[in-house]
Design a protein around this ligand. Structure first.
Ligand SMILES: Nc1ncnc2c1ncn2[C@@H]1O[C@H](COP(=O)(O)OP(=O)(O)O)[C@@H](O)[C@H]1O
Ligand SMILES: [Mg+2]
Length: 232
């Protein structure tokens, strides 16, 4: 279970998280939805212990080595190949190096095993970063905007991969500002606006509570109704 209780975070005089509460259950895909600047990355940084909160409590229900994290493409070695990049990680976790190849195949980079990172497109790098996050088969996976900047086909591939990881029992915590992505993937979502959770629950439940009219859960209209803000 991933949990935050009464989390407050300030940067200088700015309060960027203001009494944040939510629970993500084991085995579900939980989505944190909000526009740019809402505080999504800060929440992941606190949960993965890269930042201290100024108040409140939190837990992930997993040890650090059982946790996977994809924040951005930082830390990829530009002059190493895809396989070499992942072998570094496999060695750190004491996993057999064949896991590197399996992880690359699972993100559709099976043909790029011997390509250097500097020769990859943005989308391929994004997928390599994802492969790095899942290589050690984490119980809990944090994905910060995993499909941002990807073309629709590549994004769909990543969606399928995330659903497969859930099938295998992983808990996935992802952030997005894409409502369609959230509705497609997430069992439950929390809507974040200016550091506050304004709603939380299954997408269909939330939409029902707020009288959204479309048959496909229309989270976007609910978000606009609650906050007056648009997602971007
Ligand atoms: N290290 C930092 N120092 C100062 N302000 C920060 C820092 N990191 C984030 N912020 C501010 O906190 C707010 C939330 O940022 P962030 O968590 O990155 O939002 P999101 O991921 O939803 O776009 C923004 O106003 C951002 O400018
Ligand atoms: Mg962010």
């Amino acid at each position: 279970m991933i949990e935050m209780r009464n989390i407050v975070k300030r940067f200088g005089t700015q309060t960027v998280l203001n009494d944040v509460n939510f629970t993500a259950r084991d085995g579900e895909i939980f989505g944190l939805l909000g526009p740019s600047g809402a505080g999504k990355t800060t929440i992941i940084n606190i949960l993965t212990r890269q930042l201290y909160a100024d108040g409140g409590s939190h837990s992930t229900g997993a040890e650090p080595f059982e946790t996977g994290l994809m924040l951005d493409q930082d830390g990829l070695y530009a002059r190493l190949t895809c396989a070499e990049n992942l072998n570094v990680v496999a060695d750190i976790y004491g996993m057999p190096r064949k896991k590197s190849i399996e992880a690359l195949q699972s993100v559709g980079l099976g043909d790029a095993v011997k390509k250097t990172v500097q020769a990859l497109s943005w989308g391929m790098r994004q997928r390599l970063a994802l492969a790095r996050a899942i290589l050690h088969e984490p119980k809990v996976l944090f994905l910060d905007e995993p499909t941002s900047g990807l073309d629709p086909a590549t994004a769909r591939g990543i969606h399928q991969l995330i659903l497969n990881l859930k099938e295998k029992g992983a808990t996935v915590f992802l952030t997005t500002h894409n409502m369609d992505e959230a509705v497609k993937l997430c069992d439950r979502v929390a809507l974040l606006h200016k550091g506050k959770i304004v709603e939380n629950g299954a997408p269909s439940e939330i939409c029902e509570r707020h009288g959204a009219v479309k048959t496909v859960p229309d989270l976007e209209s609910v978000f606009i109704k609650l906050t007056g803000a648009v997602l971007e």
